[in-house]
Write a protein that binds this ligand. Sequence first.
Ligand code: CP
Length: 302
Amino acid sequence: MKNRSLVSINDYSKEEIIRILDLAEEFEKQPLQNLLGGRVVASLFFEPSTRTRLSFETAIQQLGGNVIGFASAASTSVSKGESLKDTILMVANYSNLIVMRHPVEGSARYASEVSSVPIINAGDGANQHPTQCLLDLYSIRKTQGTLDNLEVTFVGDLKYGRTVHSLVIALSQFNTKFHLVSPEELKLPSAVKRHIKEAKLSYEQYTDFTDVIPKSDIIYMTRIQRERFPDPLEYEKVKNAYILENAMLDNSKDNVRILHPLPRVNEISTDVDQNPKAYYFQQALNGVFVRQALIATIMGVK
Ligand code: CP
């Protein structure tokens, strides 16, 4: 794993995923470890972010590394017309590792092919978000005590939700029973469902999610991704499709946990926040430990 890019969750085997989660547990117990000795990590965010960028930057600093980069391309020479390739070649001159979020699907793979230092994909369009996937897996294992044989319900924008794509692919290695809840227009893409089928697992698709709540071990809520819709009127039709309210959890399992990659718009009512089954804010915190584990692994210091 040393010096290897992480572009898609497919880049890691099941054993490599487990290794990152085990290491993240060590960082959760002891987050301050001066392992990077001042090495430089570039944080290039061509798309908005709160959690991913700040948790990566926290992780780097807690490992004794330095951060360079930007939170928006507007302040860089991209605004003068510089290409992604030239930008990556330049930043690779100044850093030992690049974390990149970009709106174009496939941009992270392209960057990994031209870069002389490893690339970590922090989200490429509607394609993949592998580091979110690792923290989601960490959160599931931490709350359920296992990753195996769970019933996981995904709710919302399964078409454009890159966190959903990565997590479905990863969970296909853990004998998951999938419940896929979305509007007709926002179903999980066939290319992602193919991973479930190849693992010989079952999935069911629904447009309503009330009946599936009592069966679920994990309910993974997602935002309808307004910025990915070619037609704003299509977004208006589905924007309020699913709103989870506290009373809807009355018949849920004791062990169920509500996950959400965040940001939330209105799909989880704020009255759920105080319910012990709500786990999305702790989930975001877990991102720091998982990203520490990932960076330390790729940099070869763990
Ligand atoms: N979960 C996630 O990717 O959040 P941000 O867009 O705030 O980074």
